[in-house]
Ligand binder design. Structure first.
Ligand SMILES: Nc1ncnc2c1ncn2[C@@H]1O[C@H](COP(=O)(O)OP(=O)(O)OP(=O)(O)O)[C@@H](O)[C@H]1O
Length: 233
């Protein structure tokens, strides 16, 4: 069952986004909108602005021009502290190298953002184990990242990204360190589990197979949208 519907609302949008690094152009004027339950792939040649776009949309970088809106609220002008809270409470992140804490077992890795946000350890671990079971890791909750396969570790990272019930999940090359078969399982899980819960997904990828699992793809060349493909809804 897929949560998305033609009535899904735009949950995240960027308007006229421009970002410079000194004299280097990161983004040269990008418009983008993603609906709840929709997965958007961001593609394009290396060094052309994909990660910059993800970071600007996620409030990690501030744009030099343009606006970012999340669920009806302008978020690019929030101060650092407010953006940190917004990222923790309303956004989820999956990176190529999973960024799990090596010394913590899977359930504590997943529970950590909930505990940072004030949930009791007992409740956070309960929710984390439930989430890990939903990504097929019920038997691995006590294992540390070094005791997991690359695909399993990335599932833990997906559980950590989803456990706070984010409105948008951002993923930067989430399958980049995995073989093709494991990568397709991981992207299916990420897109399936996030959109089922009504979250939007923004995935930066070089991989056509990953983009094919998304509803739409945006191609970024020289910091601009060169092409938008897929089902426009
Ligand atoms: N922190 C930074 N300081 C200076 N220049 C940067 C910085 N981050 C990115 N850039 C430059 O901005 C441009 C866009 O980089 P970005 O990382 O967004 O590209 P990308 O499309 O994600 O590349 P890749 O596919 O290789 O990850 C590049 O020219 C890059 O060198």
């Amino acid at each position: 069952m897929n949560f998305q519907s033609p009535q899904s609302q735009v949950v995240l949008s960027g308007h006229g986004l421009v970002k410079y690094y000194g004299s280097v152009v990161g983004l040269a004027g990008v418009d983008v909108a993603v609906r709840s339950g929709e997965a958007l792939a961001v593609m394009g040649p290396s060094g052309n602005g994909k990660t910059t776009l993800l970071h600007v949309l996620a409030g990690i970088l501030t744009p030099d021009q343009g606006e970012v809106w999340l669920a009806g609220e302008r978020v690019d002008q929030l101060n650092d502290a407010a953006r940190t809270v917004l990222r923790r409470r309303r956004l989820g992140f999956v990176f190529q190298d999973n960024q799990l804490l090596a010394e913590l077992p899977a359930d504590e890795n997943v529970a950590l953002p909930l505990m940072v946000d004030g949930l009791s350890r007992r409740d956070a671990i309960g929710r984390a184990r439930n989430m890990l079971a939903q990504v097929g890791l019920a038997a691995e909750v006590g294992r540390r990242p070094g005791e997991l396969s690359g695909g399993q570790a990335q599932r833990v990272a997906i559980a950590r990204a989803l456990v706070g019930e984010p409105q948008v999940v951002f993923a930067d090359e989430p399958t980049g360190a995995l073989d093709a078969a494991t990568g397709s399982q991981v992207i299916d899980l990420l897109v399936g589990a996030a959109t089922y819960r009504g979250a939007a997904v923004v995935v930066v990828t070089h991989d056509n197979a990953v983009a094919a699992r998304c509803h739409r793809a945006l191609h970024i060349v020289d910091g601009r949208v060169s092409e938008s493909t897929g089902v426009a809804r």
